[in-house]
Design a binder for this molecule. Structure first.
Ligand code: BGC
Length: 349
């Protein structure tokens, strides 16, 4: 009940802003800010435009901005949203730890803050967090590897290398831990062998999830540790890191007749990665239906739902959260998951 009250009072109350004296019978005067991290990744374009469309359909004004992965730019975009009088600001942070001061200002100005997909750390200014089940993303990647390599029946050894996300993104820890909970025991038994020895998050992390950094790191690993060995599995946290890894492997002769591509994981089901899944260069991805996440924050006339009230502590408070369930996608089920659901058209691949 207490939680319910908190929501009624302070959440994404696009409608209930009457409490702040704003007449919502004329929605056109209500502006919502949507601050996305970058346009270079397909998903943030999609998330941003889904929310913009849904909010505009409901009659709100929207300021949608992309920050080119630059902290300073995102700060100045959020400042503009405060100055414009945005009543709600929906943010996917470039850097989870850099927004405390600006969000204090937003809160003082009366704006409600929604942390979108990535948890914003060290601030009490967030009212709500909507994301995918990030631990499940990693677990699904780990279980996919476990099943395809038949690890439960003792098969192996297989050579594995790990590519993780950006450490300034709180999700990275969940993805990494979810996958490693499944894979770590097999590393301990020797069924999975990490020849580079790089098994800690810091060693495997890719700043800003950049394709070229993932590529460069994997090129070095292959040159230094796989001269006489074959890489069998590449756990990649998402599709951009998978893309970099695939390019590195191709340049080192993987995919040729005698050098089979390893099993490669990803996340986001980006168009260009789906093409590589269909052609056999990448093995799987995790589909996160961004339409469902956008719907979760753009609620009209009702309280935003929560289904997790313990796992997302941002260092200052446990943020009431809603986690959308992701699902794996590979060559065997992509038509059903992505095309029959209307997420993509068949001719996009
Ligand atoms: C998101 C992933 C995305 C990554 C890079 C993470 O915070 O959860 O879906 O691939 O950022 O943009």
């Amino acid at each position: 009940m207490r939680l319910k009250n908190i929501f009624v009072i302070c959440l994404l109350l696009i409608l209930c802003i009457t409490t702040t004296g704003c007449d919502l019978s004329d929605k056109k005067i209500v502006k919502i800010g949507v601050a996305m991290p970058t346009q270079t990744r397909q998903r943030w374009n999609q998330d941003g435009s889904n929310m913009e469309r849904m909010l505009m359909e409901q009659g709100y004004k929207v300021d949608l901005e992309f920050a080119n992965n630059e902290i300073e730019l995102q700060l100045s975009q959020i400042r503009t949203m405060i100055d414009e009088g945005c009543k709600v600001i929906i943010i996917t942070a470039v850097d989870a730890n850099s927004l405390s001061e600006i969000l204090d200002e937003a809160k003082s100005a009366g704006a409600k803050i929604i942390s979108y997909d990535r948890l914003i750390m060290n601030t009490d200014a967030i009212d709500y967090y909507a994301t995918f089940d990030n631990l499940a993303v990693g677990t699904m990647q780990g279980e996919y590897i476990e099943e395809k390599l038949d690890l439960k029946t003792g098969k192996g050894p297989y050579n594995l290398e790990i590519t993780a996300g950006s450490v300034d993104d709180n999700n990275t820890i969940f993805f990494f831990e979810g996958a490693m909970e499944i894979l770590r025991p097999y590393i301990q038994t020797g069924q999975l062998v990490v020849r580079s020895g790089q098994v800690n998050l810091k060693q495997c992390a890719i700043p800003h999830w950049k394709e070229d950094i993932a590529k460069e790191r994997m090129t070095n690993i292959i040159k230094n540790y796989y001269d006489k060995n074959h890489l069998d599995v590449a756990l990649c946290a998402n599709d951009s890191t998978a893309f970099g890894v695939i390019n590195a492997l191709k340049a080192e002769g993987y995919g040729d007749e005698n050098k089979k591509m390893p099993l490669i994981t990803g996340q986001d089901a980006d168009r260009k990665n789906m093409k590589m899944i269909i052609s056999g260069e990448q093995t799987m991805s995790i589909f996160k239906d961004t339409r469902m996440l956008a719907e979760q924050v753009v609620v009209e006339g009702k309280e935003p739902e929560t289904n997790d009230i313990g796992n997302y502590n941002n260092g200052v408070k446990i943020v009431p959260s809603f986690l959308v369930r992701p699902q794996f996608v590979d060559k065997s089920n992509y038509k059903e998951v992505l095309i029959d659901s209307g997420y993509y058209y068949e001719n996009e691949f």
